[in-house]
Structure formats: structure tokens, C-alpha cells
Design a protein around this ligand. Structure first.
Ligand SMILES: Cc1cc2nc3c(=O)[nH]c(=O)nc-3n(C[C@H](O)[C@H](O)[C@H](O)COP(=O)(O)OP(=O)(O)OC[C@H]3O[C@@H](n4cnc5c(N)ncnc54)[C@H](O)[C@@H]3O)c2cc1C
Length: 324
């Protein structure tokens, strides 16, 4: 039996489940695709990847969405992380989700948080990527990038190929490193391509143009068809290996990761960690269930999930779901 994408997305966004997920820890298998909840758990994961010849980009899954105190904690976590990257000589960059740092609370407040992180990262020679979230956040995120790049050259961003605007954006931001992704959110036809084919074709078109521009590009996809095409293209066009990297999500396709490293291609992995792993886990599950189910679902996790589902129903019945 498979669970529909809408149901999983609903579960990912459910606050009551989100809050209670912390109690079960990462027992339901999130450790397969996240590096634990603390810096202590994260560091050996990064060291192991680095040892295997893989770079990393670390993202902290914190709780800065609604309250300033949470956003400030996320900021502090990143500052500690930057110090540890240098202290332990990790091959790691950091990725920031602006809504975690207060984007929905107040733009200026968020900007101050992000600026502090970027300035610290600059001082410690750490590269920063501003992640792109849903369409409503894209414009303010680019606005923040524009302000930051006036003063710092260690900051880049993400372009989502499913947006019609992606072609203009990629031209406009040709002076910063770009991570090109297909796009992960459900977006309307008024702003985004809808079919797999259209998104795939636009991704490929933008990527091949971008690779000829000489701007550092993270090719963030697990799509083997695109990866094979890039390999051919970079050989033909003699694109230097320091102009791009393949980038994968942690725990998704280790076979591909090993293959790329074995062939000598630059390869990086996006590694999430933090207390708020639950919605990341559920969203990835909604996107491509087979990636996670293969690794995670066994008799033990099924029992835990069945218990969770029961507790959820019970929680609803007795009105324990918190309303914001
Ligand atoms: C490093 C990184 C950072 C990201 N950051 C963002 C972001 O900031 N904003 C955002 O909106 N989205 C982000 N995403 C998510 C992205 O937008 C896509 O939703 C996600 O990567 C799935 O698309 P895909 O290109 O990997 O392949 P899909 O479109 O999911 O798959 C295409 C084809 O690739 C093959 N394939 C895919 N996965 C596997 C696998 N594990 N094993 C074997 N074959 C496989 C299959 O043949 C499949 O049909 C990020 C993704 C990555 C990798």
C-alpha cells in the first residue's frame, strides 16, 4: 500500500505531529537522510563524507519560523557551525533557509541575522548559499542576496528551473555561484512549468548555458539522464572541473555519489541536521517515497508509524492539536 503525496505533505505540515516527532527522536528512520539533531552528531558525518572525497553543504533544521527567539537560536547555531568548520578543517559550506532566520517575521530583522552569519562566514572563509523556498519567498530572497553581495563575495543562491522566471534570474545573478535545482514546491501554472518533461527540459537548457558562463555551478539533481549529459558536455566543451560540482541530497543515492567520486568528478552532498528534522523527512518522503522507504521502513519503523498515526487520531479526538 502506498500513501499519497498529499497525505504525506499534510502530515509534514501538521504542527501537532511536528512537535511530537521530537519525542520519538529520529527513531522512525530520519537518520538515513539527516545527520542527527546536534553538532556533535553532525561532525562525524561530515568527516566521513570528506574522507570519502565528498564536499558538503550543511543546513540547520531549526525552529525560527514564527518567533524571533527561534530565529536568533538558528543564527547562533550557524555561528557555532562556522567556527567548527574551521576548527575541524571540514570541507563544508553552509546553506541558509531564510524563513528559519525570520523572513516571515520581518525583512530587516532577517537581514540582520543573515548578514551576521555571512560576515562571520566571510571571516572564516566559508561559502554561503541562500536557499530558495516557495514562490512567495523568492523575490524577498533575491532582494536579500542583492544587499549581501554588495559587501560580501562568499554568498550564492539557488535557481529553481520550474519557474518561468528562472531564465531571467540566472542571467541576472551571473556574478554569484548558483545551485541549480528543479524546484520542490507545488507551484501554480501561472508561475511554474507543471510537467516532468517541461521541468527537465528547462533544467537542462539553463544548465548547459550556465556551464558555459564560467560561474561556479552546483548541479543539484539525482537525475541520471541529466548527469550523463553534463558529463558528455563538460568533456566536449572542456569545462574545467573547478567550475562545477554535482550535488546530491544526503543519503539519497550513495551509489551515484561513489560513482561520481570514482570517476573523478567534483561531488558535494547537502547535509541537513537539527531538531526540526520531521518536516524535512516527510517532504522528501512525499517527493520520492522509494528513496526513503527502501532504507527506513521495516517492521520496527512500521510499528512506530502505526503508533504515531494512532496517537495522531487520538490527539485530534481529544483536541490536543495546537492552533497558531
Ligand atoms: C543539493 C540539493 C539542494 C536543493 N535545494 C533546493 C532548494 O533550495 N529549493 C527547492 O525548491 N528545491 C531544492 N532541491 C530539491 C529539488 O528541487 C528537487 O525537488 C529534487 O532534487 C528532486 O529532483 P531531481 O532533479 O533530483 O530528480 P527527480 O526529478 O526527482 O527524478 C528524475 C529522475 O532521476 C532519477 N532519480 C532520481 N532520484 C534517484 C535516486 N535516488 N536513485 C536513482 N535514480 C534517481 C529517476 O530516473 C527519476 O525519474 C534541492 C535538491 C538538491 C539535490
Amino acid at each position: 500500500m502506498s500513501v499519497g503525496k498529499d497525505v504525506v505533505t499534510y502530515l509534514a505540515e501538521n504542527e501537532w505531529l511536528n512537535e511530537n516527532a521530537k519525542r520519538w527522536g529520529t527513531k522512525i528512520g530520519a537518520r538515513a537522510i539527516t545527520a542527527g539533531t546536534t553538532l556533535t552528531e553532525l561532525i562525524p558525518v561530515i568527516q566521513k563524507l570528506n574522507y570519502a572525497g565528498v564536499r558538503t553543504s550543511i543546513v540547520y533544521l531549526g525552529d525560527g519560523l514564527y518567533e524571533k527567539a527561534g530565529a536568533l537560536e538558528v543564527k547562533e547555531q550557524y555561528i557555532q557551525l562556522i567556527h567548527l568548520i574551521q576548527e575541524k578543517a571540514l570541507d563544508a559550506t553552509i546553506t541558509l533557509q531564510l524563513t528559519q532566520l525570520g523572513l516571515d517575521i520581518d525583512f530587516e530583522f532577517c537581514y540582520e541575522n543573515v548578514k551576521e552569519i555571512v560576515a562571520e562566514a566571510y571571516a572564516y572563509d566559508v561559502q554561503v548559499t541562500i536557499e530558495m523556498e516557495d514562490y512567495g519567498h523568492v523575490q524577498p530572497s533575491f532582494r536579500m542576496l542583492e544587499q549581501l553581495k554588495e559587501a560580501y563575495d562568499n554568498v550564492g543562491t539557488v535557481i529553481q528551473a520550474y519557474f518561468y522566471r528562472a531564465e531571467e534570474d540566472i542571467k541576472k545573478y551571473k556574478d554569484v555561484p548558483i545551485r541549480l535545482v528543479k524546484g520542490a514546491y507545488d507551484e501554480p501554472i501561472s508561475v511554474a512549468y507543471q510537467t516532468k518533461e517541461e521541468i527537465h527540459d528547462n533544467y537542462k537548457k539553463l544548465l548547459l548555458e550556465q556551464l558555459q558562463n564560467g560561474i561556479f555551478t552546483s548541479i543539484a539533481t539525482h537525475d541520471r539522464d541529466i548527469i550523463e549529459e553534463v558529463k558528455r558536455f563538460v568533456q566536449e566543451q572542456e569545462i574545467p572541473f573547478d567550475a562545477f560540482e554535482f550535488q546530491l541530497l544526503y543519503g539519497f543515492d550513495e551509489e551515484l555519489q561513489e560513482q561520481l567520486v570514482g570517476e573523478g568528478y567534483p561531488c558535494s552532498v547537502y547535509v541537513p541536521y537539527g531538531e526540526e528534522w520531521y518536516s524535512y523527512f516527510m517532504n522528501r518522503l512525499a517527493e520520492r517515497p522509494q528513496n526513503i522507504t527502501k532504507k527506513v521502513f521495516n517492521k520496527k519503523t512500521n510499528t512506530i508509524l502505526a503508533t504515531v498515526a494512532g496517537a495522531f487520531v487520538l490527539g485530534n479526538l481529544i483536541g490536543r492539536r495546537k492552533k497558531k
